[in-house]
Design a protein around this ligand. Structure first.
Ligand code: ZN
Ligand code: ZN
Length: 61
């Protein structure tokens, strides 16, 4: 199943289907400046823990 992309790069708008893809992208392209964007509701987070908490709490993922 594709289609549900939950990890977005806040620098260039690219989206990824898993965290490792995003981290690898941010590492290579943006010098590890990583922003997490919830594709479901467009909220932005600057830390993984905040992002995960949001997903768990608001989307139950
Ligand atoms: Zn990017
Ligand atoms: Zn959300």
């Amino acid at each position: 199943m594709f289609g549900k992309r939950k990890y977005g790069c806040g620098k260039c708008g690219s989206s990824f289907k898993d965290r490792d893809e995003l981290l690898k992208h941010a590492d290579e392209m943006h010098n590890k400046i990583t922003t997490y964007i919830c594709i479901t509701c467009d909220e932005e987070f600057n830390s993984e823990s905040a992002f995960r908490l949001h997903m768990a709490r608001d989307h139950r993922i």
